[in-house]
Write a protein that binds this ligand. Structure first.
Ligand code: SF4
Length: 66
């Protein structure tokens, strides 16, 4: 599974990181630090929850994978 993040629109409320700090790393200012995430096997549920948790809807599931 792959996630794409429209980083420029992040407002830094850390809702994604509250779901998983490991999957959704923040930069030193509290904004999402990456534009793409390759979700490790077994973390798909967390990835979906993190995407749903973003009120800005900028975490997009780009590839559901297997
Ligand atoms: S939940 Fe969305 S807006 Fe908030 S820090 Fe994460 S990516 Fe940014």
């Amino acid at each position: 599974m792959k996630l794409r993040i429209d980083k420029a629109k992040c407002v830094g409320n850390a809702r994604c990181a509250a779901v998983s700090e490991e999957l959704f790393p923040l930069d030193e200012d509290g904004y999402i630090a990456v534009e793409q995430i390759d979700v490790p096997a077994g973390k798909e549920g967390l990835a979906r929850r993190g995407a749903r948790a973003c009120p800005e809807r900028i975490i997009i599931i780009e590839d559901e994978g297997q």
